[in-house]
Design a binder for this molecule. Structure first.
Ligand code: NDP
Ligand code: 8X3
Length: 250
């Protein structure tokens, strides 16, 4: 299969690329950092095509897809994985630039890629779009404000794609992971404060990028007649917040 992964230079995307190549699939690995992609290509070989792509630059996306070389240009799977959280401040003190970047990357980038790839999948009556959402798209938490809202968009967009794709063989899944350590996610969220990022994962056993890579590979290799609409996964140590009440006299 030919699998295009956004956000392939780190975290889940990198873990998935490694697994796919090990299984003999071709990977179009997209991200902004060419040095990271080039290093991966040196290890992964000819089955891995590094492609510089900034999903925020939505105008550039159709041409990047149209210019994919022979052998890599028929996309069987699109994994919309590039995304980020910025900050954990409550809404009333959040940074507006952070909010806008999350919308640009997690929402606009994802729909632009989907728009560029979907018509060809439908024309071939075959293909699979996997969107990487988050538990933050379903479960509100303090400081999750716009990040969670972008992932709620991703969830509903995924479900609405399924509605539009009735009668076709094109599949769509929204993967919704909870807490995952060992990626750059929290380092990015805390704007490079690596000490603060590391503390998020202290004191419990969490999931890893490799766990999510395994799950993504399992989705991609699942039987073509099954559509997994949504898949929510958390470490056992994580569960839902109780509903909080601010009492007047406490
Ligand atoms: P990482 O920060 O480790 O990886 C993010 C990837 O996205 C990098 O490869 C980065 O590459 C790429 N990326 C970021 N911005 C852009 C952009 N504008 N254009 C192209 N690529 C971009 O994060 P994770 O692997 O942990 O997260 C991957 C996805 O999973 C995200 O959508 C995240 O929201 C979601 N998620 C993460 C969870 C976690 O706890 N880790 C849990 C649930 C969901 P580069 O910088 O080279 O462009
Ligand atoms: C990332 C998971 O719980 O940090 O999407 O929001 S969480």
């Amino acid at each position: 299969m030919n699998v295009l992964i956004t956000g392939a230079s780190a975290g889940f995307g990198k873990a998935l690329a490694e697994r796919l190549v090990a299984e003999g699939h071709r990977v179009i690995g997209c991200a902004r950092r060419l040095d990271k992609l080039t290093a991966m290509a040196e290890t992964l070989g000819d089955l891995f095509l590094p492609v510089v792509m900034d999903v925020n630059d939505t105008v550039s996306i159709p041409k990047i897809i149209a210019d994919l070389p022979d052998g890599f240009n028929q996309l069987d799977v699109l994994v919309n994985n590039a995304g980020l959280a910025l900050g954990t401040a409550p809404a009333q003190s959040a940074n507006l630039d952070d909010w806008m970047r999350m919308v640009d990357t997690n929402v606009k980038g994802l729909i632009a890629l989907t728009h560029a790839v979907l018509p060809t999948m439908v024309a071939r009556d075959s293909g699979y779009i996997i969107n990487v959402g988050s538990i933050a798209g379903s479960w509100p938490y303090l400081g999750g404000n716009v990040y969670g809202a972008t992932k709620a968009f991703v969830k509903q967009f995924s479900l609405n794609l399924r509605a539009d794709l009735i009668g076709t063989q094109v599949r769509v899944t929204n993967l919704e992971p909870g807490n995952v350590a060992g990626t750059e996610f929290s380092n990015v969220r805390y704007h490079g404060d690596d000490e603060k990022a590391a503390k998020v994962y202290n004191g419990f056993t969490t999931m890893t990028g490799e766990d999510i890579g395994d799950i993504l590979l399992w989705l991609i290799e699942s039987p073509a007649h099954i559509n997994i609409n949504r898949l929510e996964v958390m470490p056992v140590a994580q569960t839902f917040n109780g509903l909080t009440i601010a009492k007047q006299n406490s």
